[in-house]
Design a protein around this ligand. Structure first.
Ligand SMILES: Nc1ncnc2c1ncn2[C@@H]1O[C@H](COP(=O)(O)OP(=O)(O)OP(=O)(O)O)[C@@H](O)[C@H]1O
Ligand SMILES: [Mg+2]
Length: 438
């Protein structure tokens, strides 16, 4: 209701009361009564005319907004509040709390109520106003624009740039991202779908990138609006299972609480269950996990990780857990070429590089190492590259009077690679170095 209308109503009420009082006072003198009635009717007429004028003015402004709204829908890229490439009307920050016209920035502020500088009462927002505007069924949205809005392109670029190989894993991540992306767009058209279950299991040998990918996954799910926070809590058996009665439930609940809004990554999850020990408290932790994975799946994602064969056994003993895992992703062991590429990438990150001979040496070294049972794929490469930096530094430092140039400070040579154990490093100052160099 405008100020004018409010004033008209107020004066109307006042006049009705005045008329009532006069009527009672001058009941026996009609000559007073008739002019009074005329005055009241005249005032009513003026107030009514003002209210009518104000109503007409508001209708005109409303019409302007509707026309503008239509124009915006037809020209999405020119409008300030639209997404690139998509005919989407986006409510922005502060404006979202204002009247429907101001909400979309369609009407200049000067014609909005309160633009005169007079403080206005904040219009009450109905439930409907709080919901984002649905798109018209004929509107179109490109998924490229949606990806850009969710900021996932840079994440995929980083995945490709930083992680060598892992083609099936990256494909699976892209599939999950597509599902969530399409869901986002569907919601904009009012096509609500049940939230997909995204609990996962990552299997693979040590050092194949499970933890690294889980971190990226948490970030991705956050960017796509699936997770509120997007952090990752790393847990192992000891973080969840106690040794005495009454310890397990609070421990597990504490970890789950910390994980809410993000990813709970349970490494070597099969250690939670000890088939040989029926008194073990692991089952208690599993039962709580199962409950939360079902009831709070809109609040957290659980990723179980470990060796494939052990994980299979774990699922056989815990079918409830198997049924709650929607995505099984296997991380294959890296091939020699991939391991060398990983090593090169790691060195490049720290502004080092392998000389041609050093790369050949690294290949030989890795071929040997890959046969060892304790070989841990990319982690072993990382460790070796760190040792190579140590040896390189020590090689330079032992020749105190030699002048080293920029390239010398960056180049890793075969002798920095081949000595694979730290014992030979400790001896490098003297005999070991002479033996290798010779
Ligand atoms: N494809 C890859 N490209 C580059 N670096 C990698 C790749 N995979 C793993 N790494 C690196 O190797 C190291 C070990 O990776 P990560 O910890 O993710 O392996 P994991 O599978 O979790 O191992 P584990 O099973 O032993 O916990 C990390 O430093 C990671 O950055
Ligand atoms: Mg790990």
């Amino acid at each position: 209701m405008s100020d004018l209308q409010r004033n008209a109503v107020k004066s109307g009420i006042f006049l009705i009361i005045a008329a009532g009082v006069s009527l009672l006072t001058f009941l026996d003198q009609p000559e007073f009564f008739i002019p009074l009635i005329l005055i009241i009717a005249f005032i009513f007429l003026i107030a009514g005319a003002q209210a009518m004028e104000s109503w007409r003015q508001r209708r005109k402004e409303g019409g302007k907004a509707t026309t503008a709204q239509r124009r915006r829908a037809a020209e999405p890229k020119k409008s300030s509040g639209t997404r690139k490439g998509a005919s989407v009307v986006v409510p922005t920050g502060q404006e979202a709390g204002e009247s429907p016209a101001g909400f979309y920035g369609l009407v200049p502020r000067s014609v909005l109520p309160g633009a005169s500088g007079k403080p206005t009462k904040r219009p009450r927002r109905s439930r409907k106003d709080k919901r984002p505007e649905l798109l018209h069924p004929d509107a179109t949205v490109t998924l490229a624009a949606e990806r850009q809005e969710a900021n996932v392109d840079e994440l995929f670029e980083a995945l490709d740039r930083e992680l060598v190989g892992l083609v099936p894993v990256k494909r699976k991540i892209a599939e999950i991202a597509s599902l969530l992306l399409v869901d986002r767009v569907r919601q904009k058209f009012g096509l609500e779908a049940p939230r997909p279950n995204l609990h996962m299991c990552f299997t693979g040998a040590p050092g194949t990138g499970k933890t690294t990918v889980a971190l990226r996954m948490a970030d991705l799910l956050h960017r796509l609006g699936y997770l509120k926070e997007g952090h990752m809590v790393h847990a192992m058996r000891n973080d969840l299972v106690g040794q005495y009665i009454g310890q397990t439930a609070p421990r597990t609940r504490r970890v789950l609480e910390r994980s809410m809004g993000g990813v709970l990554f349970i490494d070597e999850a099969y250690y939670l269950y000890r088939a040989a020990d029926p008194q073990d408290f692991g089952q208690e932790a599993i039962d709580i996990l199962l409950q939360v994975m079902e009831n709070d799946r809109d609040k957290l994602v659980v990723i179980l990780a470990g060796y494939k064969d052990r994980m299979e056994k774990f699922f056989d003993s815990n079918p409830g857990m198997r049924s709650r895992i929607a995505h099984h992703i296997d991380f294959a062991a890296y091939e020699l070429n991939e391991l060398v590429a990983i090593g090169r990438g790691m060195l490049q990150e720290s502004r080092y590089y392998l000389s041609e001979e050093a790369e050949t040496t690294l290949r030989e070294y890795l071929t040997q190492q890959m046969r060892q049972p304790e070989f841990a794929n990319a982690r072993s490469v990382r460790n070796e590259m760190e040792r190579a930096r140590l040896r390189h530094a020590h090689r330079l430092a032992t020749d105190l009077h030699h002048g080293w140039n920029r390239d010398d400070l960056m180049r890793i040579e075969p002798m920095d690679i081949w000595a694979s154990d730290m014992l030979s490093l400790s001896a490098m100052g003297g005999t070991a170095r002479q033996r290798r160099d010779g």
